[in-house]
Design a protein around this ligand. Structure first.
Ligand code: 3PG
Length: 216
C-alpha cells in the first residue's frame, strides 16, 4: 500500500469516528463488555492502549467478539509494539510521540499509523517519514487550540487527532477546527466506571456525547 493510500484510509477512519476513546484496560475480562458498551453508545472506533499487562488479551478479545468495533492500538512506543499491533489485526496504530526507528518501521508496513507530535520539529520529522496525519499530544497541555492554529500556518496540509486533556467541555471546540479530523480521550471510559462494571453508564455517556459531537 502506498503511503498516500494508508493515510487516506486512516483519515477516513478518523473522520468517521469523530471521537476515539483511549482505553486503558486493567483486566482482560473488562474488554468485551466495555467495547460493547461503547459501541452501544455509538462509539465504534476504539484505541486500546498497550499500557497494561492485559492490553494484548483485551484487544484480541474485542477484535474476536465485538465485530462492530474498529480496534486500533495505542501507546505504540517502538517497532516491537507496532509489530504487536499488526499481529493482533488492529485497524490502525497511534503513538504519543515518535522515534526515527518507529517512523521507519511504520512507513515500511501497511498498518495505517498516526505518530504523535507536540512541536513543529517533531511534525517535520513525521512529515519527512511520510505522515501527514498525526496525533497532537498532549493537546491541551501543549498549548491547546491556539498552538494547533499556530501549527496550521507553516503546515496547512497536516491533519490532526488532538488528544490529552480533551473532554465533554472542550471536545466540540477542537472538532470545529478545520484541520482536526477527530479527538481522542479517556473521558468516555473513566477507570472508576470500568472497575465498577458501569457499562450502562458508559453507554449513556457515549450516547449523549455523540448526539452533540456528531449529530446524525
Ligand atoms: C492518552 O494517550 O493518555 C490520552 O491522551 C488520554 O488523555 P486524557 O486522559 O487527558 O484524555
Amino acid at each position: 500500500m502506498t503511503a498516500a493510500a494508508k493515510q487516506q484510509k486512516l483519515a477516513a477512519l478518523f473522520k468517521q469516528a469523530a471521537v476515539i476513546p483511549v482505553l486503558t484496560i486493567e483486566k482482560a475480562e473488562h474488554a468485551v463488555p466495555l467495547a460493547k458498551a461503547l459501541v452501544a453508545g455509538g462509539v465504534r472506533t476504539l484505541e486500546v492502549t498497550l499500557r497494561t499487562d492485559a492490553a494484548v488479551a483485551a484487544a484480541k478479545a474485542i477484535i474476536a467478539e465485538v465485530p462492530d468495533a474498529i480496534v486500533g492500538i495505542g501507546t505504540i512506543l517502538n517497532a516491537d509494539d507496532l509489530a504487536r499491533a499488526r499481529a493482533l489485526g488492529a485497524r490502525f496504530g497511534i503513538s504519543p510521540g515518535a522515534t526515527p526507528e518507529l517512523l521507519k518501521a511504520a512507513a515500511a508496513g501497511d498498518l495505517p499509523f498516526a505518530p504523535g507530535i507536540a512541536t513543529a520539529s517533531e511534525l517535520m520529522q513525521a512529515l519527512a517519514a511520510g505522515f501527514d496525519l498525526v496525533k497532537f499530544f498532549p493537546a491541551e497541555q501543549a498549548g491547546g487550540i491556539k498552538a494547533l492554529r499556530a501549527l496550521a500556518g507553516p503546515f496547512p496540509n497536516i491533519r490532526f487527532c488532538p488528544t490529552g486533556g480533551i473532554g465533554e467541555a472542550n471536545a466540540a471546540s477542537w472538532l470545529a477546527e478545520p484541520n482536526v479530523l477527530c479527538v481522542g480521550g479517556s473521558w468516555l471510559c473513566p477507570a472508576a466506571d470500568i472497575r465498577a462494571g458501569n457499562w450502562t453508564g458508559i453507554t449513556a455517556m457515549c450516547n449523549s456525547a455523540m448526539k452533540s459531537l456528531k449529530p446524525a
